[in-house]
Design a protein around this ligand. Structure first.
Ligand code: HEM
Length: 412
């Protein structure tokens, strides 16, 4: 039901909204540069990802970029560190159904561990915002008029995924209808899945560009040339070769979700592209995965597998995408949704928002790089493993952030 809301046609239709958000972001960063030259890029990108998905996907503005700070965006940013620090409680969290505003959540409230409290706060914040957006949108659809958050609504954003869900649900037979709580839970999933991943990805790209100034200059030249002072239309934007290469190479080397997991719903025999030796040193061409087994899938490991990608698989080299990929990549038949990569996963349950994310990243880069130069700060940045990777200053710092030195290049 939601797939059409993420089609290329729909993404093309909402590209101007992504540009509006990118320009608001540009102005916000410019404002942040008064009296300082170092900016926490992660915080801004997190807020712009929230706003892009809010406006482009839900038809709702979270007003995430218009004030000094945004409490909701801050709460979402807590997920990464809180997940990592509570990993040991993961099975408990799942069984207590922390996401629901019920018994489980109250029990978690009694656990006197900072990271658990942060996780609970983030979950509650996500839920309460989802409830608010849902109620406003439902009332608006019922009344066939209303407002988009704090701003007037216009027609092309009124048919976001939430409207589609609500309208389809209203029309469904009573016995098929989703409970309000179910739709709200779906929204929470979407908001989290769209925000944390995309901001991690964007941050990683800017971090890499700050470490590879020659790549940054080359990319800026391509973008400035294509822009000619105006926003680049969707069809031209998605085809800019070097921009595409930088995005793909970053998604390959540094997928925001480096490991994912699935549970086998039945016994299954998996054939192996590359045989392995078992504990008895016997070569195995396939493995049996019994029903119920939790399987950890090495997304990043697949993206960097030397047998497939070549000896330089561990190097970040956007140029690899500018000539035909090695036959070993084509022949591997990686089941990934996107460019032989597992970054958005594959199969029926792959990431529904990959086109949205790709377009959003390109829009933001095209707007920011023309106006700013990004360089390393003197602080040591460390990328942490979690469901979604996140940067911190130093290894033990609990706060996710990415300080970069930002220089305005022209009149903004
Ligand atoms: C660079 C950005 C992104 C990355 C790397 C990413 C990656 C992923 C991955 C690996 C999955 C797991 C798929 C599976 O369980 O088989 C996933 C699921 C999902 N993604 Fe994305 N995603 C990104 C951006 C987005 C955006 C922008 C949206 C929405 C507009 C989105 C919506 C979703 C949803 C709804 C799911 C399903 C979650 C579930 O039911 O478990 N994602 N994504």
């Amino acid at each position: 039901m939601l797939v059409p809301a993420f089609s290329v046609a729909q993404i093309r239709r909402i590209t101007h909204i992504l540009y509006e958000t990118a320009h608001t972001l540009r102005k916000a960063i410019q404002g942040d540069l008064v009296n300082k030259n170092e900016v926490d890029v992660l915080s801004w990108l997190n807020r712009s990802a929230l706003e892009s998905f809010g406006r482009g996907g839900l038809g709702y503005s979270f007003d995430a970029l218009n004030s000094e700070t945004n409490e909701f965006a801050n709460a979402i940013q807590l997920f990464g560190p809180a997940f990592t620090d509570t990993a040991v409680f993961a099975p408990l969290v799942e069984h207590l159904n922390l996401g629901a505003a019920g018994f489980g959540s109250r029990i978690m409230g009694y656990i006197p561990i900072h990271a658990v409290k942060q996780l609970r706060y983030a979950v509650n914040s996500l839920r309460s915002h989802s409830v608010k957006v849902y109620n406003e949108k439902k009332a608006m659809i019922t009344a066939k008029s209303g407002s988009m958050g704090n701003q007037p609504m216009n027609e092309d954003i009124s048919d976001g995924i939430l409207s589609k869900l609500i309208q389809a649900n209203t029309k469904a037979k009573v016995e098929d209808r989703l409970e309000d709580d179910e739709i709200i839970a779906q929204m929470s999933t979407f908001i989290f899945a769209a925000t944390d991943t995309t901001s991690a990805m964007m941050s990683r790209i800017l971090h890499l560009l700050s470490e590879h100034p020659e790549v940054q200059e080359r990319l800026r030249a391509e973008i400035t040339d294509a822009r000619g002072g105006q926003d680049i239309p969707y069809d031209q934007l998605v085809q800019l070769p070097y921009l595409d290469a930088v995005c793909k190479e970053t998604l390959r080397m540094y997928p925001p979700v480096p490991i994912w997991f699935k549970q086998a719903r039945r016994d299954v025999v998996v054939p192996l592209a590359f045989p392995i030796r078992d504990v008895n040193k016997k070569e195995q061409q396939q493995i049996l995965i019994p029903k119920g087994t939790m399987v950890f899938i090495g997304i990043q490991a697949s993206n960097r597998y030397k047998e497939v990608w070549g000896d330089d698989a561990d190097e970040w080299n956007p140029d690899r995408w500018l000539s035909p990929l090695p036959t070993s990549v084509i022949d591997a038949h990686i089941p990934g949704l996107y460019s032989h990569l597992m970054s958005f996963f594959g199969g029926a349950k792959s990431c529904i928002g990959f086109k949205f994310a790709e377009t959003e990243m390109k829009v933001i880069l095209s707007v920011l790089l023309e106006k700013f130069r990004f360089s390393r700060s003197s602080k040591e940045i460390y990328w942490n493993l979690s469901f979604v990777t996140f940067p911190t200053v130093g290894k033990t710092n609990p706060k996710s952030q990415l300080p970069l030195v930002v220089k305005a290049l022209a009149e903004n």
